[in-house]
Design a protein around this ligand. Sequence first.
Ligand SMILES: [Zn+2]
Length: 408
Amino acid sequence: MESPWEVVNVELKVAEETVLVEVESAARRLPCPTCGEPSPIYDSSTRRWRHLDTCQFQTILSTEVPRVKCLEHGVKRVQVPWADRRSKFTAMFEQLVLRWLEVACISAVAELFGLSWGTVDGIQKRAVQRGIKRRSYEEGRRLPERIGIDEKSFKKGHDYVTVICDQTGGNVVHVADGRKAEVVEDYLKSFDEKERASVRTVAMDMWQGYISAVTTWIPDAEKKICFDKFHVAQHLGKAVDQVRRAENKKLRAEGNDALKGTRYHWLGNSTELSRERLAELAGLTKVAKRTGRAWVLKEIGMDAWRYKSRGWARKALTKWYESAIRCRMEPVKKVARTIKKHMEGIINAIYHGVTNARSESINSRIQWIKYTARGFRNRERFRNAIYFHLGGLDMTPEALKPIGFHTS
Ligand SMILES: [Zn+2]
């Protein structure tokens, strides 16, 4: 405790497993919370905060918090230095809860500290609000040079949010409701023209809504839109899976279940597969010929990423398209047509070396968030959790920040 606050009594309540710490201020005047002007005490009332446990005992801080009468601002409750405004916890306690929330879900943290789910949710929500507020105060809100746009589903795939990330820093910078073109437009047009012109790449899926939003608001968008490897691979992987499912049905009708349970065998990138798995796939392609062909087409298509120049990448993709469109597997042909239509954007991605590492790591962390929350019922909670885990925000409680950085 710093002057004028001091601990005047510590009481050990064994039966209640509680330590009660009483704090008092002897000052006759305290600063007005609005202007900082030392003002006379007007009245006071008892308030309590939960602090870090003492051994296994819950520790409660209790004090008479005065209200001061400022000549300019009237009667105001003073700001105590150990807790944020409106919080029932000391800043050190809140910080500990936030640390735990980084690695565990809300219900686990609630159980650990003997708090309700809603209380822990509230601590997380306030932390995110603090972080977003600080980001705009201290650094200014800015448009990243390399943007990634993606949609994420929740509520068992019935609802969506659009996630915009900074591909350089790897942080999520914006989470918007739904996946319509307008949500991307609203975000982009909140920046001035100069800033929009400074965007160098926009990585996204081959989806018309996002494409038209970016084309409208980013100058020279046709050179900057990148359909990254991650999304192209996702489309091709889906096509392989559709072919596999159809063939599996056919084979099982003939009493052959060689393809059963092999869904994930075909999704990975061949360059990352083990020798054993590759041998297994080679064996499978002898029985499941169509799935094998679809898989080989996917692998050849992804090979275009080996090139560095626009010319070579275009040549490789065009050649790939010509064989894919003749393959007599409708799911693969459908992706081939999509790839042809969006070829320049794919070439942009290859040329700019837009890597999918960031999108993939953000993607897998959002999967983790969804998994640990056992499905979000509400969009706001999902959005909060994304900001909390991926926003790169400074969410330290105000009371732990050096004076002069307070934003509330
Ligand atoms: Zn004042």
